[in-house]
Design a binder for this molecule. Structure first.
Ligand code: FES
Length: 157
């Protein structure tokens, strides 16, 4: 399947780039646009963005792989990112991850067969005071325990 950018996406990208002194400075918002339109950022998308912004493809790859909010493959409707860094680990983060794996029937990095949930293990989410914590799409959930996770999952639509 072709990953060509639609004229509408190219127009939105040009609109974003108009706010920056040089095209390269707009890399992050451009990648957000691409992900929001296409669901994830493929290697071909990276190459197209590199050409549009006058960057070497490796520069785009470095940014896409550094930020966990960028996906390089299709995600489920709900992307669950569980922190496994120090504060969360010391507060029971591993138990949280094990509970989610068992509850969803998938391993880290997988998506449920119905396409509803993707489970990812990430480094610090910047909410250590709420450890253990996770994000579901762009929402934070902290002070987690298995019962709270069950309630959160049941509330997702
Ligand atoms: S260590 Fe988990 S949010 Fe910082």
């Amino acid at each position: 399947m072709s990953r060509e950018f639609t004229p509408a996406l190219k127009e939105r990208i040009e609109g974003v780039l108009a706010h920056y002194p040089n095209k390269q400075a707009g890399l992050l918002p451009v990648l957000r646009l691409v992900q929001s339109e296409k669901g994830f950022i493929s290697a071909e998308d990276e190459r197209i963005v590199a050409v549009l912004l006058g960057l070497r493809p490796i520069k785009v790859r470095e940014v896409v792989t550094f930020y966990t909010l960028f996906a390089r493959k299709p995600l489920g409707k709900f992307h669950i990112q569980v922190c496994s860094n120090l504060s969360c680990s010391l507060s029971g983060g591993e138990k949280i991850l094990e509970h989610l794996k068992a509850r969803l029937g998938i391993r880290i990095g997988q998506t449920t067969p119905d396409g509803k949930y993707t489970l990812t293990e990430v480094e610090c989410l910047g909410a250590c005071e709420q450890a253990p914590c996770m994000m579901v799409n762009f929402d934070y959930y902290g002070n987690l325990d298995p019962e709270k996770i069950d309630r959160i999952l049941e509330g997702l639509k």
